[in-house]
Design a protein around this ligand. Sequence first.
Ligand code: ZN
Length: 321
Amino acid sequence: MRYLRWLPVACLLLGTLAWQGGRTAAPARGEDPATPKSGAAKPDAAKRVYRILMLSEAESFKHSSVTRKDGNLSPAERTVTDLGISSGLFHVDCSQDCAKDFTKEKLANYDLVFFYTQSAPDPKVGPPSKKLPMSKESLDYFFNDWLKQKGHGYIGTHSAADTLHESDAYKDMLGAEFRKHPWGNGSHVIVTVHDTKHPAMKPWGDEFEIADEIYAFQNWHPENVRVLMSINMEKTAHKEPFHVPVAWCRDYGEGKVFYISLGHDESVWANPKYQQSLLGAIKWELNLEPGDATPNPDVSKAQQKQAEEAYAADPNKKPPR
Ligand SMILES: [Zn+2]
């Protein structure tokens, strides 16, 4: 009889363990178990807390936005971590050690993976130098299985497009590859938003000005993605004769992909609109808010035409970069 007294306790314990199943891995290096700020939403004990793995390892160029100082998280890591705390939606494990943390076993702990990595070949050495230390096995599993599962997603910011150049699967997933940045850091550009209803775009309105380092891309595949914002070449002072997408999204199997090239400068990470845009992308990938991912290559085509015409009409134009 006395064992029966403990039965409800044992059931409760087993139930709790089952609920946490697969989601209690040891924290990745750099995790900061910060306490919520006052006024932050408190997670409901019964509500599931999603988990995000944020990777910001850099090989040949390290942005200040991902540089940790005095043992603290970098500005980018702090921002995404705080978004999870203030929304009460997710917990972020931050890692700058891909070899240790981007593995098949560790991916089982996460809903989304967030890349602000950098691994371009060193110009002095040339390819295949400066690769991210991700095993072929982990990458194959990530692209062929993990990312295709419902509720899983990839978010890339800025130099996430300047990484894994040697991986065709990565470039195919992303739909583009960094080529150069014709607009150096601090350049003011005007950005047109093409889908103001998408959760990641709502904070921006239909057009805005921002100062940052702006990328141009190669291997751009508009037929595979929904472009969400582009440089408005008519209104931007420095013109180039080609379409410059700034953010886009796509379905990937049953998983989702979102990329935004903004985020070089620390001021962008401190911009509430940028933060809310990332939160919108996260909610969209977690299937908490709806958003269209239908490819819109016609938008890219129209933007290409607009850029060519704006460039041709510019009396101060310089040779294309
Ligand atoms: Zn940059």
